[in-house]
Design a protein around this ligand. Structure first.
Ligand SMILES: Nc1ncnc2c1ncn2[C@@H]1O[C@H](COP(=O)(O)OP(=O)(O)OP(=O)(O)O)[C@@H](O)[C@H]1O
Ligand SMILES: [Mg+2]
Length: 592
């Protein structure tokens, strides 16, 4: 059979099922007879010796097959179906003894090939059309052909019904193709829909993050606006009690009230500091910090003791090995992070309980809950877990927001602790994971990238005992009267010879007449030169002059420049112990 026709699905295959072989011959004659025209053409080519053209058949070319019994016909149809070469049309005789009759045969045929067109050939009216319909069901794939048949009628029926079959197949293919297209399109649409949903969720998360950043920005702007003035005010509240308490016996009736004033001042200073941290006016120093040592020092230090002092029934279980982990960052901020996590954990325990602190190495490769992709690499994982009250599901989304607190205002509860934690973690390119169940406790894991830079030994510190001066001359340069007053009072008290001026220019004039051992320079002074400018002028004339810069902004660009030029630094507001230590360090351990 011609391959191209088979491929195109246009080869017309017909099966004739009749017990009479003569009938087979009749069909063969009718359906394969050459047209007159083609006979003429072959005669012409014989006579003229021209090349014989392929024979043209009248109408369509049919591929005929024959069976003498219903079962045999059925087998051939099954075989054809199996090889994807179905018949389009079957002529089925009604009476075919000894086997199945026509109706039974058709019934069986349609079971395996429901699309085949069938013509029942019958000489008798064995069954009425209604009976046939009843038996085979109402169908448009069946015709009755009365014997003896008319040749042209058979040829026409064969042509028309095979054509009908082919057209039906084409329509079916078209429908399948359409269905496939619709399915594909639906799938594409679903995928776009999912993608859109993902993008919307991402956008929502980004928007939430933006709001968080904006809130911090707002807190920062506010803090930056008030911090300078607030720090100057706090200096008085912090330093005078120090000075007075130093001269006072513990049983003095004023000792306690003064201590309370001092503690309140410290708390207020801590809040200003937190706000400044968030304002990022304090650009974190990126130096290698031994994170394990920092935690150990914190746990042994006075701040942790004071936290535990408030919570006597809370004990701390530490699981920190001797291994040290270097983190590139700011020790001050990292200490705040540790302090806030531990104080929150301790505060969450209402009666008795344990806060577990562990430190481990963790290799992050993929994702962390709450984050998309995380930067792969080695991290130190600090875990602070408590058996406290836990955090409400709704609150979990808010704990990092500035001023979000569920605690009583006054005791703890400014709501900046976790904000500082979040900010610090972000600033150190780390990750934070919170797990909490109401009534069952909370565990917070902080991941910080490990640095391969060596932790430098810090400059030797002056021992606490020898904080007193030996008459060294100190010039305090500050535009705020209280600051000058406090500083000079402290220095005088400790045995230094202190004097004060109000501006950079007067400082220059002063040291020209009377050299000093140390300049305590305020950074922001209004009007006139600021600390950096003054320092530069001083250096140009007296390159060996020791200078201690005081500022509320730990590391602003101008402070940073002053440090690079060799100045020391003290954070404002300072406590008595801090300023005297800084003075000693500047005088005897640092060189300009
Ligand atoms: N370990 C914890 N267990 C239970 N709740 C916690 C824990 N850590 C944080 N929270 C909840 O998150 C809130 C915010 O904590 P955050 O440290 O920012 O503020 P705060 O502790 O209320 O005040 P402060 O500014 O003094 O730290 C807390 O008020 C508390 O409700
Ligand atoms: Mg807190």
């Amino acid at each position: 059979m011609p391959q191209n026709e088979k491929k195109a699905g246009t080869l017309r295959r017909i099966i004739i099922i009749d017990d009479n072989p003569d009938i087979h011959k009749d069909f063969a004659t009718i359906l394969t007879a050459k047209s007159d025209l083609s006979q003429l053409e072959s005669l012409e080519s014989e006579l003229l010796g021209t090349e014989q053209l392929p024979p043209k058949w009248r109408g369509y070319q049919f591929d005929l097959d024959f069976a003498t019994q219903g079962r045999e016909g059925l087998e051939k149809i099954k075989f054809a179906m199996m090889h994807q070469m179905p018949y389009q049309l079957a002529f089925v005789d009604m009476r075919m003894p000894p086997g199945w009759d026509g109706l039974k045969t058709i019934e069986e045929i349609w079971r395996v090939d429901p699309d085949i067109q069938v013509i029942i050939c019958t000489a008798y009216s064995d069954f009425s059309w209604e009976e046939i319909n009843q038996k085979l069901g109402i169908t448009e794939n069946l015709l009755i052909l009365k014997k003896p048949f008319d040749s042209s009628e058979v040829a026409q029926l064969a042509s028309t019904l095979t054509q009908k079959w082919i057209l039906a197949k084409k329509a079916e293919m078209k429908r399948d193709e359409l269905e496939r297209l619709v399915t594909q399109r639906t799938k594409d649409l679903n995928e776009s829909n999912q993608q859109l949903k993902r993008e919307m969720a991402e956008r929502r998360e980004l928007a939430a993050q933006l709001v968080r950043f904006q809130k911090m920005e707002a807190v920062g702007t506010l803090a930056a606006g008030v911090a300078h003035d607030l720090n100057n005010i706090l200096s008085g509240i912090l330093s005078y009690p120090d000075l007075l308490l130093m001269k006072m016996q513990k049983d003095d009736p004023m000792y306690r009230p003064l201590s309370v004033i001092r503690r309140s001042g410290q708390k207020a200073a801590a809040i200003v500091q937190d706000m400044l941290t968030l304002a990022r006016r304090n650009v974190a120093v990126k130096e290698p910090v031994d994170f394990s040592a920092l935690i150990r020092d914190f746990l042994d230090g006075p701040e942790c003791r004071s936290i535990l002092g408030y919570h006597p029934d809370v004990c701390i279980d530490t699981q920190i090995g001797s291994e040290s982990f270097a983190v590139l960052g700011s020790a001050v901020h990292l200490e705040k992070l540790v302090m806030n996590l531990i104080s929150n954990a301790a505060e969450s325990i209402e009666e008795m309980g344990t806060v577990t602190i562990s430190l481990d190495y963790e290799q992050l490769t993929g994702a962390l809950p709450g984050y998309g992709a995380v930067k792969p690499g080695g991290y130190v994982k600090l875990m602070v877990a408590d058996q406290g009250i836990g955090i409400d599901k709704d609150d979990l989304d808010h704990i990092f927001e500035p001023f979000f607190t569920k605690k009583k205002m006054g005791r703890s509860g400014t709501g900046l602790g976790m904000t500082v934690v979040w900010d610090t973690v972000n600033h150190h390119q780390g990750y934070i994971e919170v797990n909490s169940k109401l009534g069952h406790g909370t565990s917070i894991a902080v991941y910080l990238p490990i640095s391969d830079r060596q932790v430098e030994e810090s400059a030797s510190k002056v021992k606490q005992e020898d904080l007193t001066g030996r008459g060294e001359r100190i010039l305090v340069v500050d535009d705020v009267a209280e600051q000058r007053e406090i500083a000079t009072a402290i220095f005088e008290e400790l045995g230094y010879a202190a004097d004060a001026v109000t501006s950079g220019q007067s400082a220059l004039d002063y040291i020209e007449k009377q050299p000093v051992d140390l300049l305590l320079l305020d950074m922001i002074m209004d009007p006139g030169m600021d600390g950096l400018e003054t320092f530069k002028r001083v250096l140009s004339k007296y390159p060996d002059q020791k200078v201690l810069i005081a500022s509320g902004y730990t590391k602003s660009d101008r402070v940073r420049s002053a440090l690079q030029l060799g100045a020391s630094f003290i954070h404002k507001p300072y406590r008595l112990e801090e300023i005297t230590r800084a003075v000693k360090n500047t005088l005897y351990t640092s060189s300009p």
